[in-house]
Every structure is written in C-alpha cells, then in structure tokens.
Design a protein around this ligand. Sequence first.
Ligand code: NAP
Length: 311
Amino acid sequence: MTLNILFAANETGWAEYEPHLRHWLAEAGIEAQLGPDLGPPSEIDYIVYAPSSEVQDFRPYSRLKAVLNLWAGVEDVVGNPTLQVPLARMVDNGLTEGMVEWVVGHVLRYHLDIDHALANQSGEWLPKVPPLARNRPVTVLGLGALGSACAKALAALNFPVTGWSRSAKSVAGVSCLSGPEGLEQALARAQILVLLLPLTPGTENMLNAPHIDQLPEGCCILNPGRGPLIDDTALLEALDSGHVGHATLDVFRTEPLPAEHPYWSHPRVTVTPHIASATRAETASKVIVDNIRRGEQGKPFLHVVDRQRGY
Ligand SMILES: NC(=O)c1ccc[n+]([C@@H]2O[C@H](COP(=O)([O-])OP(=O)(O)OC[C@H]3O[C@@H](n4cnc5c(N)ncnc54)[C@H](OP(=O)(O)O)[C@@H]3O)[C@@H](O)[C@H]2O)c1
C-alpha cells in the first residue's frame, strides 16, 4: 500500500527535508506519496508537521494515523481539540547536539567572564584568574532530551551540575532533584541557571520573583527553553538591582522580540534570536521515517506527547 504523507511546514523546510525523507523512506522500504500538496485530507496517513503550518483543523484528515512534529516544543499544537491521533514531538540528535553546543558555549562564556575580556580593551591590566569549573555550580531546570544532554556535557567539564525535573531522575554525574523542595535547592545552588523546560500551564512563569529571590546574588541565567518560563518584569527588576548578574535569552513571549523591548538595551542582557538549536533535516528525517515504520508495523510511536501533561 502506498502511504500519503503530507509535509505541512513552510516551503523552505520542504526543499531541505525532501531528499532526506525520500532517502529514509526508500531505506525502510516504504512506498509513499510525499509533499506539501497531496490529494484530499481524507486520504492522508501521516502529517509531518510544524505548528506554524496552515493546517490547524485536523477534522478533515479522517484516516490520519499520527502527527509527527518537526519541533521539540509542542505548546502551540498540544491543546488543539481537533487533533485526536497520537502527536509525536521531535527528539533529534542534531537538535540535541546544537543545544548542547549553545548551552556549553554560553556557560563557559559566563564562567570565564569572556564578555569582560571583550569589553576591556582599554589597556587596563586586571589579572583576575577565573575559578575552575569544579567551583562553579550550574543548575539545569528540565532533564528531558535536551536538559539531560546539556547537564551531562557540563558535568564532563567538571561543573558541579544540579538538574531538576517533574519526576525523579538519574543522570550520570548530575545531582538530580525533583518536586518543590528540590527546586528550592536547585535554585539556591545555581551560579549559572539554564532553563530547558517545556512551556506548559505548570511551567509558565516558573522563574518568577520568589524563585529569582532564591538564586544566589549575581547568578547568570540562560533561557533557551521558552520565553513565558520567565516573568519578564521580575527578571528586569532583578537585573536592575544586580541580584541577577546577567541573562542570555534566546526565546521570548513575542518573537521576534519587539524593537522597543527593554531586553534589547539592557546592559545585563544578551538577546539571541531563537537560534539556540533547530531540528536538523538530515537526522530528523530518519526519526520521522522510523516512527512511520513503527506505525505501519503496529508498534507504539516514539516520543508521543502526553496531552494531559502538555509535553
Ligand atoms: N531555543 C531553541 O532553539 C529550542 C530548540 C528546541 C527546544 N527548545 C525548548 O526546549 C524544551 C525542552 O525540550 P526537551 O526535548 O528536553 O523536552 P522533554 O524531553 O519533554 O523534557 C522536558 C523536561 O522538563 C521537565 N518538566 C516538565 N514540566 C515540568 C514541571 N512542571 N516541573 C518540573 N519539571 C518539568 C520534564 O520532567 P520529567 O522528566 O519528569 O518529565 C523533563 O525533564 C522544549 O519544550 C522547547 O520549548 C528550544
């Protein structure tokens, strides 16, 4: 049987993904019609999906078996009441590698005070030796595919790493905490704090004024997770007072970040334009085809989103 696989993302995405998807479908021996414009919705078996796609009403897709998300974050599709089939989120080695590189790079930048070195080209001789990584505690909130990979990479560089998640976890070399008490401890230890939680009703404004107060004076924050994890007003106050030493923010409530937003001009903020990582077509296409193969073999899909939990 020939499957119909709709690619419901933007055109640039299609050009990038097409050769890789065709390659892995052929490797898997799956016959498929594939593309952004396929016959009627009632004949589509799978949708390879970006939540920004024009497809928002899944009801006409009456024989759909699964929606295979191209993004790790699912907050814009998870609550869609018209979606009644399994939704798989993206867990991709390329995406994970990119996030590890971004997080490790910015942690080292803070740890070594590289911003200070770049700004200080005035002839001033200030021999301030940075501490060793073993004396710089880092906390990662969220120990999923991305958070646990970042935590392990930081631990391998000798940073004492604390990780925090909803359920109890075990990650080699990482002190793993969970629950509200765990959060208190995780925050209190963080000279550098990394947010890698998904956006759900349970995580929105996770970094609010009371939680920011629990951070050590001068803590530096990295947010490659999602913008609404942070109460922006509380963070700006803490940056103004110096309680938070610096923040590097990759994601925002409104993207692109509006030109007038105070983050752009704040001396203690670095803005990056949602580039911490991205799904890589080459590796992600194999993940998508593996999931289609599983579906066709009657096996459970991988990386299925729990619609109740929201991630
Ligand atoms: N900036 C970028 O370029 C970029 C790129 C990709 C992804 N992202 C963001 O990164 C996020 C994380 O991705 P991922 O693949 O690592 O997700 P994931 O595998 O689903 O992991 C999520 C982690 O967060 C924890 N968590 C969820 N809700 C929680 C709560 N209420 N309290 C405490 N912990 C909670 C989970 O705990 P359990 O382990 O107990 O379930 C899990 O450890 C994505 O959702 C997306 O928003 C950003």
